[in-house]
Design a protein around this ligand. Sequence first.
Ligand code: ATP
Ligand code: MG
Length: 224
Amino acid sequence: KLSNVSYAYPGSDQSILSNLDLEIASGSRVGIIGVTGSGKSTLMDILMGLLIPTSGSMEVDGLKIDESNQAAWRKNVVHVPQTIFLCDATIAENIAFGESKEEIDIEMVKESSKKAHAHNFINSMEHGYDTLVGERGSKLSGGQRQRIGIARAILKKSNVLFLDEATNALDDETESKVMKSLYELDPSMTLIMVAHRKTTLRHCSMIIEIKDGKIYKMGSYKDV
Ligand code: ATP
Ligand code: MG
Protein backbone atom coordinates (compact mmCIF):
# COMPACT_ATOMS: atom_id res chain seq x y z
CA LYS A 1 0.00 0.00 0.00
CA LEU A 2 1.43 3.36 -1.05
CA SER A 3 0.18 6.38 0.87
CA ASN A 4 0.84 9.83 -0.52
CA VAL A 5 4.16 8.72 -2.02
CA SER A 6 6.43 11.25 -3.70
CA TYR A 7 9.89 10.63 -5.01
CA ALA A 8 12.74 12.84 -6.20
CA TYR A 9 16.13 11.33 -7.12
CA PRO A 10 18.99 12.36 -4.82
CA GLY A 11 20.41 15.75 -5.75
CA SER A 12 17.29 16.79 -7.68
CA ASP A 13 14.29 18.87 -6.52
CA GLN A 14 12.11 17.58 -9.31
CA SER A 15 9.52 15.07 -8.09
CA ILE A 16 9.39 12.16 -10.50
CA LEU A 17 6.38 10.75 -8.64
CA SER A 18 4.00 12.92 -6.66
CA ASN A 19 1.35 12.01 -4.10
CA LEU A 20 0.61 8.49 -5.24
CA ASP A 21 -2.00 6.46 -3.40
CA LEU A 22 -2.20 2.86 -4.43
CA GLU A 23 -3.21 -0.51 -3.01
CA ILE A 24 -2.16 -3.77 -4.63
CA ALA A 25 -3.87 -6.92 -3.44
CA SER A 26 -1.74 -9.99 -2.88
CA GLY A 27 -2.10 -12.36 -5.84
CA SER A 28 -3.32 -9.67 -8.22
CA ARG A 29 -1.97 -9.01 -11.71
CA VAL A 30 -1.19 -5.36 -12.19
CA GLY A 31 -0.17 -3.62 -15.41
CA ILE A 32 1.57 -0.25 -15.45
CA ILE A 33 1.47 1.92 -18.57
CA GLY A 34 2.58 5.44 -19.45
CA VAL A 35 4.78 7.27 -21.91
CA THR A 36 8.56 6.95 -21.76
CA GLY A 37 10.04 8.87 -18.82
CA SER A 38 6.71 9.02 -16.94
CA GLY A 39 8.09 7.21 -13.89
CA LYS A 40 7.05 3.57 -14.36
CA SER A 41 10.43 2.05 -13.53
CA THR A 42 10.83 4.46 -10.61
CA LEU A 43 7.47 3.29 -9.25
CA MET A 44 8.57 -0.33 -9.63
CA ASP A 45 11.82 0.44 -7.78
CA ILE A 46 9.81 1.86 -4.90
CA LEU A 47 7.48 -1.15 -4.82
CA MET A 48 10.51 -3.46 -4.82
CA GLY A 49 12.14 -1.64 -1.93
CA LEU A 50 15.09 -0.47 -4.03
CA LEU A 51 14.14 3.17 -3.47
CA ILE A 52 12.58 4.61 -0.31
CA PRO A 53 9.94 7.34 -0.95
CA THR A 54 11.12 10.91 -0.35
CA SER A 55 7.80 11.48 1.42
CA GLY A 56 4.79 9.31 2.14
CA SER A 57 5.08 5.62 2.89
CA MET A 58 4.86 2.10 1.59
CA GLU A 59 3.42 -0.67 3.73
CA VAL A 60 3.43 -4.40 3.15
CA ASP A 61 0.79 -6.27 5.16
CA GLY A 62 0.59 -3.26 7.49
CA LEU A 63 4.35 -3.00 8.04
CA LYS A 64 6.06 0.19 6.93
CA ILE A 65 9.06 -0.42 4.67
CA ASP A 66 12.11 1.65 5.59
CA GLU A 67 15.90 1.28 5.59
CA SER A 68 15.74 -1.25 8.44
CA ASN A 69 13.61 -3.81 6.61
CA GLN A 70 13.94 -3.04 2.89
CA ALA A 71 16.50 -5.82 2.43
CA ALA A 72 14.10 -8.32 4.00
CA TRP A 73 11.28 -7.18 1.71
CA ARG A 74 13.52 -7.51 -1.34
CA LYS A 75 13.91 -11.23 -0.58
CA ASN A 76 10.21 -11.63 -1.51
CA VAL A 77 10.65 -10.00 -4.85
CA VAL A 78 12.05 -10.98 -8.24
CA HIS A 79 12.71 -8.43 -10.96
CA VAL A 80 12.98 -8.95 -14.70
CA PRO A 81 14.47 -5.60 -15.74
CA GLN A 82 14.33 -3.78 -19.07
CA THR A 83 17.80 -5.09 -19.87
CA ILE A 84 18.71 -8.57 -18.65
CA PHE A 85 22.15 -8.96 -17.15
CA LEU A 86 23.87 -12.09 -18.42
CA CYS A 87 27.37 -13.19 -17.49
CA ASP A 88 29.78 -15.00 -19.78
CA ALA A 89 28.87 -18.47 -18.57
CA THR A 90 26.55 -21.26 -19.70
CA ILE A 91 22.83 -20.86 -20.26
CA ALA A 92 22.13 -23.13 -17.27
CA GLU A 93 24.33 -20.99 -15.02
CA ASN A 94 22.65 -17.84 -16.25
CA ILE A 95 19.19 -19.22 -15.50
CA ALA A 96 20.18 -20.59 -12.08
CA PHE A 97 21.81 -17.22 -11.41
CA GLY A 98 23.67 -17.07 -8.10
CA GLU A 99 24.01 -20.83 -7.69
CA SER A 100 27.32 -22.59 -8.10
CA LYS A 101 27.64 -25.07 -10.96
CA GLU A 102 27.44 -28.05 -8.57
CA GLU A 103 24.23 -26.77 -6.96
CA ILE A 104 22.28 -26.38 -10.18
CA ASP A 105 19.23 -28.60 -10.46
CA ILE A 106 19.10 -29.00 -14.24
CA GLU A 107 15.58 -30.47 -14.20
CA MET A 108 14.28 -27.36 -12.43
CA VAL A 109 16.18 -25.19 -14.91
CA LYS A 110 14.53 -27.02 -17.81
CA GLU A 111 11.09 -26.77 -16.25
CA SER A 112 11.42 -22.99 -15.84
CA SER A 113 12.79 -22.68 -19.38
CA LYS A 114 9.78 -24.53 -20.76
CA LYS A 115 7.45 -22.10 -18.99
CA ALA A 116 9.45 -19.17 -20.38
CA HIS A 117 9.26 -20.76 -23.88
CA ALA A 118 13.05 -20.86 -23.99
CA HIS A 119 13.56 -24.62 -23.86
CA ASN A 120 13.23 -25.24 -27.61
CA PHE A 121 15.83 -22.72 -28.72
CA ILE A 122 18.20 -23.76 -25.93
CA ASN A 123 17.80 -27.43 -26.77
CA SER A 124 18.48 -26.82 -30.44
CA MET A 125 21.85 -25.20 -29.72
CA GLU A 126 24.91 -27.37 -30.21
CA HIS A 127 25.73 -27.56 -26.51
CA GLY A 128 22.18 -27.10 -25.20
CA TYR A 129 22.11 -25.82 -21.63
CA ASP A 130 25.93 -25.88 -21.56
CA THR A 131 26.17 -23.31 -24.37
CA LEU A 132 28.25 -20.28 -23.44
CA VAL A 133 26.25 -17.08 -23.95
CA GLY A 134 29.23 -14.79 -24.65
CA GLU A 135 29.99 -11.51 -22.98
CA ARG A 136 26.68 -10.03 -21.75
CA GLY A 137 24.86 -12.65 -23.77
CA SER A 138 26.25 -11.39 -27.08
CA LYS A 139 25.67 -14.74 -28.78
CA LEU A 140 21.93 -14.56 -28.16
CA SER A 141 19.17 -12.48 -29.70
CA GLY A 142 17.31 -9.87 -27.63
CA GLY A 143 14.25 -12.09 -27.38
CA GLN A 144 16.34 -15.09 -26.32
CA ARG A 145 18.01 -13.02 -23.60
CA GLN A 146 14.62 -11.89 -22.35
CA ARG A 147 13.32 -15.44 -22.11
CA ILE A 148 16.43 -16.45 -20.15
CA GLY A 149 15.67 -13.57 -17.77
CA ILE A 150 12.10 -14.81 -17.41
CA ALA A 151 13.20 -18.44 -16.87
CA ARG A 152 15.55 -17.17 -14.16
CA ALA A 153 12.68 -15.29 -12.49
CA ILE A 154 10.33 -18.29 -12.67
CA LEU A 155 13.01 -20.53 -11.11
CA LYS A 156 13.32 -18.19 -8.13
CA LYS A 157 9.63 -18.68 -7.18
CA SER A 158 9.18 -15.36 -5.41
CA ASN A 159 6.04 -13.91 -3.82
CA VAL A 160 6.03 -10.90 -6.10
CA LEU A 161 7.27 -10.86 -9.68
CA PHE A 162 8.13 -7.56 -11.38
CA LEU A 163 8.46 -7.44 -15.15
CA ASP A 164 9.69 -4.21 -16.73
CA GLU A 165 9.18 -4.41 -20.51
CA ALA A 166 10.31 -7.99 -20.09
CA THR A 167 8.77 -9.31 -23.29
CA ASN A 168 9.10 -6.35 -25.67
CA ALA A 169 11.67 -8.05 -27.92
CA LEU A 170 9.41 -11.04 -28.56
CA ASP A 171 7.09 -11.43 -31.55
CA ASP A 172 3.36 -11.29 -30.76
CA GLU A 173 2.82 -15.04 -30.76
CA THR A 174 5.79 -15.90 -28.53
CA GLU A 175 4.94 -13.05 -26.21
CA SER A 176 1.40 -14.22 -25.78
CA LYS A 177 2.63 -17.77 -24.98
CA VAL A 178 5.10 -16.44 -22.40
CA MET A 179 2.43 -14.22 -20.85
CA LYS A 180 0.04 -17.16 -20.67
CA SER A 181 2.55 -19.21 -18.69
CA LEU A 182 3.25 -16.27 -16.41
CA TYR A 183 -0.45 -15.87 -15.66
CA GLU A 184 -0.65 -19.60 -14.96
CA LEU A 185 2.16 -19.57 -12.39
CA ASP A 186 1.21 -19.93 -8.73
CA PRO A 187 -2.05 -17.91 -8.37
CA SER A 188 -0.89 -16.57 -5.00
CA MET A 189 2.05 -14.87 -6.72
CA THR A 190 1.55 -11.15 -7.32
CA LEU A 191 2.54 -10.01 -10.80
CA ILE A 192 3.38 -6.37 -11.50
CA MET A 193 4.38 -5.50 -15.03
CA VAL A 194 5.21 -2.57 -17.25
CA ALA A 195 4.49 -2.87 -20.96
CA HIS A 196 4.28 -0.48 -23.87
CA ARG A 197 2.34 -2.96 -25.98
CA LYS A 198 -1.01 -2.73 -24.24
CA THR A 199 -2.30 -6.12 -25.37
CA THR A 200 0.43 -7.66 -23.18
CA LEU A 201 -1.63 -6.56 -20.21
CA ARG A 202 -5.06 -7.73 -21.33
CA HIS A 203 -5.34 -10.36 -18.56
CA CYS A 204 -4.34 -7.99 -15.76
CA SER A 205 -6.83 -7.45 -12.96
CA MET A 206 -5.83 -3.80 -12.67
CA ILE A 207 -4.14 -1.29 -14.99
CA ILE A 208 -2.45 1.85 -13.73
CA GLU A 209 -1.61 4.67 -16.11
CA ILE A 210 1.13 7.02 -14.94
CA LYS A 211 1.25 10.51 -16.39
CA ASP A 212 3.48 13.37 -15.24
CA GLY A 213 4.35 11.44 -12.09
CA LYS A 214 0.74 10.92 -11.05
CA ILE A 215 -1.82 8.18 -11.38
CA TYR A 216 -3.82 9.35 -14.35
CA LYS A 217 -6.12 6.36 -14.65
CA MET A 218 -6.64 3.17 -12.68
CA GLY A 219 -9.09 0.41 -13.40
CA SER A 220 -9.81 -2.68 -15.47
CA TYR A 221 -8.11 -3.29 -18.83
CA LYS A 222 -11.32 -2.32 -20.63
CA ASP A 223 -11.80 0.89 -18.64
CA VAL A 224 -8.24 2.15 -19.04
P1 ATP B 1 10.69 4.19 -19.95
O1 ATP B 1 9.34 3.83 -20.52
O2 ATP B 1 11.53 4.91 -20.93
O3 ATP B 1 11.39 3.03 -19.32
P2 ATP B 1 9.89 5.12 -17.30
O4 ATP B 1 8.44 5.48 -17.26
O5 ATP B 1 10.28 3.79 -16.76
O6 ATP B 1 10.42 5.30 -18.79
P3 ATP B 1 11.70 6.19 -15.31
O7 ATP B 1 12.88 5.36 -15.63
O8 ATP B 1 10.96 5.87 -14.05
O9 ATP B 1 10.67 6.28 -16.53
O10 ATP B 1 12.18 7.69 -15.25
C1 ATP B 1 11.34 8.76 -14.85
C2 ATP B 1 12.13 10.04 -14.80
O11 ATP B 1 13.14 9.92 -13.79
C3 ATP B 1 12.87 10.39 -16.09
O12 ATP B 1 12.69 11.76 -16.31
C4 ATP B 1 14.31 10.08 -15.79
O13 ATP B 1 15.15 11.01 -16.44
C5 ATP B 1 14.41 10.25 -14.29
N1 ATP B 1 15.40 9.32 -13.70
C6 ATP B 1 15.40 7.98 -13.82
N2 ATP B 1 16.42 7.42 -13.14
C7 ATP B 1 17.09 8.46 -12.59
C8 ATP B 1 18.26 8.56 -11.76
N3 ATP B 1 18.91 7.47 -11.36
N4 ATP B 1 18.65 9.78 -11.40
C9 ATP B 1 17.99 10.89 -11.78
N5 ATP B 1 16.89 10.87 -12.56
C10 ATP B 1 16.44 9.68 -12.95
MG1 MG C 1 11.34 2.21 -17.53
